[in-house]
Design a binder for this molecule. Structure first.
Ligand SMILES: Cc1cc2nc3c(=O)[nH]c(=O)nc-3n(C[C@H](O)[C@H](O)[C@H](O)COP(=O)(O)O)c2cc1C
Length: 141
């Protein structure tokens, strides 16, 4: 199975509640393990940047589900990049981080996190760094 890395940006829905991140992370922990998907999810309270990696068919299927997820503001989900990978870079099933200010400064050149304004390569590298900076299989808020 071909391995791919995908980067997607999104905006939280207007009726977003804080406990929804716990639901997303627990759903992801179960489903991603089953589908051999790893990845990083970055959320600053407004914007999501998600970087799932795995087999091409599994990542495409996940992308469709996430795209249609009502927790995203309607039509806000935006594919930033998808590239083939020799092997998955991230080990954890999913991890997340809030306001990664110092990393954002390095990858976006400013403190405010806005994944829609990042290049695909920078966004993917940011996802990798987030994943590497957190313990394996961590669900952090
Ligand atoms: C920003 C965001 C990221 C998500 N990431 C994942 C993910 O990596 N894996 C996953 O299974 N679901 C993820 N979801 C949830 C899916 O959209 C969908 O609700 C879920 O996969 C359905 O799981 P279920 O069929 O077990 O209920 C994400 C949702 C959002 C809003």
């Amino acid at each position: 199975m071909y391995q791919v890395s995908l980067v997607n940006a999104g905006t939280r829905a207007a009726d977003w509640k804080d406990n929804e991140m716990y639901q997303i992370l627990s759903q992801s922990g179960v489903n991603n393990k089953k589908s051999a998907i790893s990845g990083a999810l970055c959320f600053n309270g407004d914007f999501f940047l998600q970087c799932p990696e795995g087999g091409r068919a599994a990542v495409n299927e996940l992308y469709r589900r996430i795209h249609d997820d009502h927790r995203h503001l309607r039509m806000s989900s935006c594919l930033i990049t998808m590239k083939s990978a020799i092997a998955a870079s991230i080990n954890s099933t999913y991890c997340t981080y809030r306001d990664p200010e110092s990393l954002i400064l390095r990858y976006a050149g400013k403190k405010q996190f806005n994944p829609y304004e990042m290049s695909g390569e920078s966004a993917l590298r940011l996802g990798f760094e987030l994943a590497f900076s957190l313990p394996e299989d961590s669900l952090q808020l």
